[in-house]
Design a protein around this ligand. Structure first.
Ligand code: 1GP
Length: 265
């Protein structure tokens, strides 16, 4: 197992938090400031990706800016024993829309199958297209079963997902088992970025009971209450995207994320 895989699959920490940065929505500098605020608030990973309008150029520039910012803070912390340490240690991982939005600067990539897509492209097409780049660049792939639940948002539409309803526990159980049997390392339950409501905690709970994989939950989580509900249902990772983009002021964002993370720690 590679370093990023080991880090993401380590279930001894309790629930951890990660932000997702969409390079289509912000400049690399703003992304870097937001990533820093998240790291200071206690986030454990930065995912970079989006459903539309990302390409090699904006993804690469964003990842380079984030990594430089985190490294600088890490270096400063190593020079000053009173400083807030640890921010430089968190991985920056690709969470791509497809094979045309990759960067060799990433620490790893969630190498995913959109399990409930009706489109061959998201089941195996993009993966085959992107594999040579991932190999050549030496980016660590972490295989992931990705399942989109209602309301699904843009990810559901773009990915042509046959969405999982909030009460479809047996369906989720079967997908979770299949994800494990297929050898995936992670299982992600997605409600869609900006979703009006997050994944039903009952679906998280049945996924937890049906496989041994780390469970990632994202989409529509905007406060500590929703984060806690997912965490208590068995989520290993809570992902937030949109709330990160609502704050231009880094210290305000840090406060909001600190509150959200305190709900799951
Ligand atoms: C990324 O869906 C998450 O997978 C992010 O969702 O933007 O709603 O936090 P939000």
């Amino acid at each position: 197992m590679g370093i990023v895989s080991e880090y993401m699959c380590d279930r001894t920490h309790g629930t951890r938090h990660a932000i997702v940065i969409d390079p289509a929505d912000q400049t690399p500098d703003i992304a870097a400031n937001r990533a820093l605020a998240a790291a200071h608030a206690g986030s454990s990973m930065i995912l970079v990706g989006g459903s539309t309008d990302t390409d090699m150029e904006n993804v690469h520039a964003t990842i380079v800016a984030i990594k430089e910012a985190l490294e600088l803070v890490s270096w400063a912390a190593s020079q000053d024993s009173d400083a807030d340490a640890g921010s430089g240690e968190i991985p920056v991982v690709l969470f791509p829309q497809g094979a045309t939005a990759l960067s060799p600067a990433a620490d790893g990539i969630t190498f995913m199958v959109l399990m409930n897509s009706m489109d061959q492209r998201f089941l195996i097409g993009e993966q085959v297209k992107g594999a040579p780049f991932v190999k050549e660049a030496g980016i660590e792939p972490v295989s992931m079963g990705y399942l989109i639940c209602e309301p699904g948002g843009k990810a559901g539409q773009v990915g042509k997902a046959d969405l999982i309803g909030p009460q479809q526990t047996e369906r989720v159980a079967a997908y979770a088992m299949a994800a494990q049997f297929l050898g995936f390392r992670l299982f992600y339950l997605e409600a869609g970025s900006g979703a009006e409501y997050p994944v039903n905690p009952a679906l998280v709970k049945i996924a937890r009971e049906s496989c041994d994989l780390p469970i990632i939950v994202g989409g529509g989580i905007r406060d500590s209450h929703a984060a806690r509900a997912a965490s208590e249902a068995g989520a290993d990772w809570i992902i937030t995207g949109n709330i990160t983009e609502e704050y231009d002021d880094a210290s305000e964002l840090q406060t909001v994320l600190t509150d959200l993370i305190s709900g799951i720690a």
